[in-house]
Design a protein around this ligand. Sequence first.
Ligand code: DGL
Length: 274
Amino acid sequence: MLRSAPIGVMDSGVGGLTVVSEIWRQLPREQVLFYGDSARCPYGDRTPEEIATFTFRALDYLVDRGVKMLVIACNTATAIVLKRARMRYRVPVVGVIAPGARAAIAATTARRVGVIGTRATIASNSYKNALYETHQGIEVRSLACPGFVEIVEADLMDTHHARSFIQESLTPMQGSGIDTLILGCTHYPLLAPIISGALGKGVKLISSAEETARDVSLWLTEHNMNRTDAASPHHVFLTSGDVSAFATIATKWLNSAVDVSYLDVWADAGVDAL
Ligand code: DGL
């Protein structure tokens, strides 16, 4: 494992860019190799078996490319595979759920926390378990929000339809007494202004991105694995979906033009795309 190697980051689509943006901010010398599996997105409506199959294939690919660490920048994939991934790979694997839970515990004063995520993430109870593991006195309200990921992937965040759909979906959270809401899907920070508008300023929104990047940073420092090369970092973005759609969203959310290439890890392995 080389300290100059990139950090491998995967998501089911563009949502993981919210984590990449924090990695860039906190660790500007590091290089990122990103794989977004937009061809199979959303993962959140799939079975745990499908989610595990797709996620392991993507992670295997990143490991084969020599990454020094894996970041599963997808709550759904973290919920289903994190424990197994830590046994499968010799490089460290960072997920997004424990960091999000930690940030929420630090933020809540009412001790009432809401969690929104995909169907698979909410059904897994991973956030509830992570919150209770640290703080049994927290009251947790969970809500699956199918449809949100598709809005982000299609870059429809600024439409009237998206706003009213999101507001309506969040009705069960209104008046629930929560003062903190975990955006338990890496796509959701891209909808933060609409979500905040629906729940009011009294509810703090928590994205796992910042704490996840901190976990990455801590591991690199503790293991003396920070990249020290003088050359500027070179980032690689790969998507199994539409390259120009990915590039448009990436450029907008990373505040910089990025090179995006098409790659489907299933086709790359010589396997028919699922
Ligand atoms: N970004 C993924 C997550 O954090 C999106 C899930 C999906 O593909 O449905 O859960």
